[in-house]
Design a protein around this ligand. Sequence first.
Ligand SMILES: C[S@@+](CC[C@H](N)C(=O)[O-])C[C@H]1O[C@@H](n2cnc3c(N)ncnc32)[C@H](O)[C@@H]1O
Length: 249
Amino acid sequence: MNLSAIIFFLLVMLYNTFKDNFKRLKKRTGKMKKSCKEIKEELVMQRAKEMWLGIDTFYCATSHPERAKAIESFLKNEFFPLLKKTDNVAEFACAEGEYTLMVAPHVNKIDAFDLSERFILKAKKRMQENGITNVNFVGNGVDVTTFTISEKYDAFVCLGLFSYIPERKKADHVVEQIAGSLSKGSPLVLNDKIWKGKTRLHLKKKLGAISRSKEEYLSLFEKDFEVLKAVTLQECDQFEGFACIMVKK
Ligand SMILES: C[S@@+](CC[C@H](N)C(=O)[O-])C[C@H]1O[C@@H](n2cnc3c(N)ncnc32)[C@H](O)[C@@H]1O
């Protein structure tokens, strides 16, 4: 037997001896990787909530005028034609009621939700100032990632929310609640920032957010919804402002 045959024979013996240990180690490392990802997502989610609860005002037309214009024309051209005056609608992440105000005249009623009590107070004032009486703000700050919807709706509005729900389980819960409240063929309008490469978590001192890849973003909805219309509202180097209308399967 030459030397290389002896080495090969020894390596095979060594592998057979430690085979089970290798497998166990591989499995454990896999689990550890998963939990590191989950821990980071939890941290980002926590930071996102702190961020929104610490902000006094968010009005897209003031902070991001281009985005606001693009969303407004997307709603007018693609979403409003799908609505009926008798429709009961829900909106998650209504903030100060910027888009609530635009949707309200087209429907019977809107139930609007947001995490921030400060935003809800401002939104209520804005509705009053504009003579809008068909919007019901649910609670004084509701975390929709733990909320259970008991009502049925004819349409759903969810603009700029999923970027602040990095935890997959929580995002799945929100989609499940939205889907459960709609009947077949009902529309859901969405807008979020989509990362052009792989999904990215943003964790800074005062920022917590997720920019999902388009593939991952769409995968959140694929079980319950199909895409009716999808457009790029804004294009930047690394991300795109993505808007779409989905219909319940
Ligand atoms: C980027 S703003 C979008 C506001 C508005 N829909 C728009 O498109 O301009 C995100 C909003 O989501 C709300 N939000 C973030 N996390 C939330 C949560 N877990 N539950 C409810 N609202 C949440 C924030 O308070 C904030 O008003």
